[in-house]
Design a protein around this ligand. Structure first.
Ligand code: ADP
Ligand code: ADP
Ligand code: MG
Length: 465
């Protein structure tokens, strides 16, 4: 397969578990892997797995993983002809995509113009409306006039959500319960967005009180777009996903078809190239769904889709971005069984999820049918304190959801990550929860549950030292 691709060497412009994941797909495609690392990551698993390592700068992300010039210089010096941005960092930065292409290299993602359109959440909302995809009631485009915005918020009905157009990762979102709060929060949100994302644009949406987060995986080659069904990510803390499933057990086939068709319509409307995810909120009382955003990159939770569809999405995105056709028709994409992923972070759930870097010891990884562990760990590895706390993801597959939950619980009981606390105890407790077992959850279910169940979240698979 690889000999048909016009690329030979790929630079991974990211770190952590996703760098290891991209490495695997690239090697299977026969590519040489160059790993960009900060000075804090020279001993990372991603560095050890790579064919070549390029140090791009000091630990601070702004001076390394976010430094476009340093990354392009590393690509040039190592003879790379493609760049994979992973998720986070520069993955949804239109300027980076443009710069990579201007240097004559393949950017493993959509064009800068598509990122500009869909990575700006307010612009993406308008594009969804144009494509006939339902959006959450709210403002048209970014807010420029605060008085007009307040009038609109009143018309939409409180509570409303104030969102940063450039936001992501659960950040840049505020909820205003009334006009007074809106007057205070809207300018604050704009200023913070300016500081955090370099763009102060904000927009508003009605708060959907009891929603499920359901998203659709798409892959496009710039001409055609296919979907790989849906995922449900309703278990969230601070609007960040912690446990993800595929497919959603909350929708029937008729709704699933509509969601997938809406996602494909939207992606086709921008001649989408690469892997992407169209995110929706689904109200299971009314059966309505609303587009919230599109992530123009590979997502953290992509493995659950790979498990039910038997496909490699990272290899797929590399191939189409290198110019290969999709090579698969929608009718050839089938799904089977149920998959669940949990995000293992170096955080102490019993202690307010405080980040807790440390040295990994006594690592024991579960194995067997339907079990996958995507991670960045080895015994003796000192987790650098500079980056986000995701250590890895435990993913299970089983013929049905109940068996998948049982398999997750069993796999978690085998997994040992010593030397630091992890979020593993949270997932064992969730697997035991009657609401999770019955899938009676929504995006605001987890936080109150955490408050009630704090005692269940203490030590497990804990430090051996
Ligand atoms: P996913 O939908 O893949 O779970 P997340 O929204 O959780 O995506 O983000 C994945 C990673 O990317 C996280 O590390 C998150 O902090 C980071 N991220 C996402 N969007 C942004 C952004 N706009 N700016 C900075 N980091 C981001
Ligand atoms: P991000 O770019 O940070 O991922 P999203 O717009 O995707 O932001 O929203 C993240 C999460 O916030 C959603 O999964 C959902 O839980 C919550 N959320 C977003 N918009 C709304 C809304 N209009 N009503 C209720 N909850 C929302
Ligand atoms: Mg989102």
């Amino acid at each position: 397969m690889a000999d048909k691709l016009p690329i030979k060497t790929i630079l991974i412009a990211n770190r952590g578990e996703i760098a290891c994941r991209v490495n695997r797909a690239a090697k299977e495609l026969g590519l040489k892997v160059v790993q960009a690392v900060s000075e804090a990551d020279t001993e990372s698993l991603a560095a050890r797995l790579a064919d070549e390592v390029k140090v791009i700068g000091p630990p601070q992300a702004a001076k390394s993983y976010l430094d476009v010039d340093a990354l392009l210089a590393a690509a040039k010096e190592s003879g790379a002809d493609a760049v994979h941005p992973g998720y986070g960092f520069l993955s949804e930065n239109a300027g980076f995509a443009d710069a990579v292409e201007a240097a004559g290299l393949v950017f493993v993602g959509p064009s800068g113009d598509t990122i500009r359109l869909m990575g700006d959440k307010a612009a993406a909302r308008e594009q969804a409306q144009k494509a006939g995809v339902p959006t959450v009631p709210g403002s048209d485009g970014v807010i420029t006039d605060m008085d007009e915005a307040e009038r609109l918020a009143g018309a939409v009905g409180y509570p409303v959500m104030i969102k940063a157009a450039a936001g992501g990762g659960g950040r840049g979102i505020r909820v205003a319960d009334d006009a007074e709060a809106f007057r205070k929060l809207a300018p604050q949100a704009s200023n913070e967005a300016k500081a955090a994302f370099g763009d102060g644009g904000i927009y508003i949406e009605k708060v959907i009180e009891r929603a499920r987060h359901i998203e659709v995986q798409v892959l496009g080659d710039g001409r055609d777009v296919v979907h790989f069904f849906d995922r449900e990510c309703s278990l969230q803390r601070r609007r960040q996903k912690v446990w993800e499933e595929a497919p959603s057990a909350a929708v029937d086939e008729a709704v699933r078809e509509k969601l997938c068709a809406a996602a494909v319509d939207l992606a086709k409307s921008v001649q989408y190239r690469g892997a992407g995810t169209v995110e929706f909120l689904y109200d299971d009382e009314t059966g309505e769904f609303y587009f919230i955003e599109m992530n123009t990159r590979i997502q953290v939770e992509h493995p659950v889709t790979e498990m039910i569809c038997g496909t490699d999405l990272v290899a797929g995105m590399i191939r189409v971005c290198a110019g290969a056709p999709l090579g698969i028709a929608q009718g050839e994409i089938a799904r089977e069984g149920h998959a669940i992923e949990v995000r293992l972070n170096a955080e102490d759930p019993a202690n307010g999820f405080m980040p807790f870097p440390g040295v990994v010891s006594g690592l024991k990884v579960p194995g067997g049918e339907g079990i996958r562990f995507d991670h960045m760990l080895y015994d003796g590895y000192a987790i650098p304190p500079f980056y986000d706390s995701l250590l890895g993801k435990l993913i299970v597959w089983a013929p049905d959801r109940a068996q998948a939950i049982a398999r997750m619980k069993e796999a978690l009981s085998t997994l040992k990550i010593g030397g630091l606390p992890t979020t593993a105890p949270l997932f064992t407790a969730l697997a035991d929860s009657a609401d999770v077992q019955a899938n009676a959850v929504h995006t605001r279910w987890l936080e109150p549950w955490l408050e009630r169940n704090i005692d269940k979240l203490t030590k497990q698979g804990e430090t051996t030292t």
